[in-house]
Design a protein around this ligand. Structure first.
Ligand code: PEP
Ligand code: MG
Length: 327
């Protein structure tokens, strides 16, 4: 099957009715760009920048400097040869712990993680933003902010980005003045108050890993409750379909970059919801593309509407696997 999939590496991901879907790669380090390119990705949809920091925060450790970060981001941008690279700002905490000595929160998933941490450490955040902005002079970079829930967090973040830009201007250092800034939609409150994000952001990316965790109140790393982690829970489907539909209506790009986007079991359901951008581990990309090439959007849209109206979880699960079997 692998060899067969290799044949579609250079094929554009177009549905049977002619809709082009963008397939992007999730990466952790710039060296992952090689497999992203190898899989034929249209760009990087999620660069989890925390992997440059992990194990390096805390009293005994030294943070990556602005120059060191800049070099990593620039490497990724250059390796993707003009394709967009979406760099997510630091998302430490919870399942991606800071150094052990700093992981003291009782509920790390609900604690000072991601953008909350960055806004509490503005100097660290500013350094990262400067590094990312500098890399934007070498290709197409987009800035993605994790774990936003409040309007004031968005506004503070935008103000710090503007501060970073102004510093670079004052220093005569080049960057992309019109760099796109987007929000991860991964807290239910963000999905439920979407207009607040649409008004302020250039694009949205749904993080299903956390969105499911917080919607169902299930710790994503606790094995005791792993059986309750259900991407097809009607509440999850409601949030996903609402965000995708509202984003499209407002003309703002929406992607999914959580595990759901790379799971072929869900490709057709997401297509049926109107999703046009999928970001996933490069190893999953060709299998997802194969699903897309054999998909008829009109048919999937109808099937998805029915699924979203269903009140019977077993019927939803059956209908979603049926989607895969047909078409
Ligand atoms: C997510 O939450 O779905 C996501 C893509 O981010 P991470 O898995 O890094 O939290
Ligand atoms: Mg997340």
């Amino acid at each position: 099957a692998r060899r067969k999939l290799g044949k579609i590496k250079k094929t554009r991901a177009v549905t049977l009715d002619g809709t082009e879907i963008s397939l992007l790669a999730n990466i952790e380090l710039p060296s992952d760009c090689a497999s992203a390119m190898e899989s034929g990705a249209n760009g990087v949809g999620l660069f989890r920048s925390e992997f440059l920091f992990m194990g390096r925060i805390g009293p005994q450790h030294e943070l990556p400097t602005e120059d060191e970060q800049f070099e990593s981001y620039r490497q990724a941008v250059v390796a993707m040869k003009g394709r967009p690279v979406t760099i997510r700002t630091l998302d430490v905490g919870a399942d991606k712990p800071l150094s052990a000595e700093e992981q003291t929160a009782l509920n790390p998933a609900l604690g000072l993680r991601a953008i909350r941490y960055c806004l509490a450490e503005p100097q660290l955040f500013l350094t990262q933003l400067r590094a990312i902005l500098r890399a934007s002079a070498f290709g197409t970079v987009k800035l993605l902010i994790p774990m936003l829930a409040h309007a004031f967090e968005i506004d503070q973040t935008l103000a710090i980005i503007e501060q970073a830009k102004q510093q670079l201007r004052d220093e005569g250092i080049g960057f992309d003045e019109s760099i796109k800034i987007g929000a991860m939609i991964e807290i239910p409150a963000a999905a439920l108050a979407l207009p607040m994000f649409i008004k302020r952001m250039d694009f949205l990316s749904i993080g299903t890993n956390d969105l499911i965790q917080y919607t169902l109140a299930i710790d994503r790393v606790d094995h005791e409750v792993a059986h309750l982690y259900n991407p097809l829970h009607p509440a999850v489907l409601f949030l996903l379909s609402t965000v995708i539909a509202m984003g499209r209506k407002a003309g703002i790009p929406v992607s999914v970059c959580g595990e759901m986007a790379g799971d072929v079991k869900f490709t057709r359901l997401l297509l049926g919801m109107g999703l046009l951008e999928f970001s996933m581990h490069p190893a999953q990309l060709l299998a997802v593309k194969q699903e897309i090439l054999n998909s008829d959007l009109d048919d999937l849209t109808l099937q998805t509407k029915k699924i979203l109206r269903s009140t019977e979880p077993s019927a939803i699960a059956a209908a979603v696997s049926q989607m895969r079997a047909t078409a």
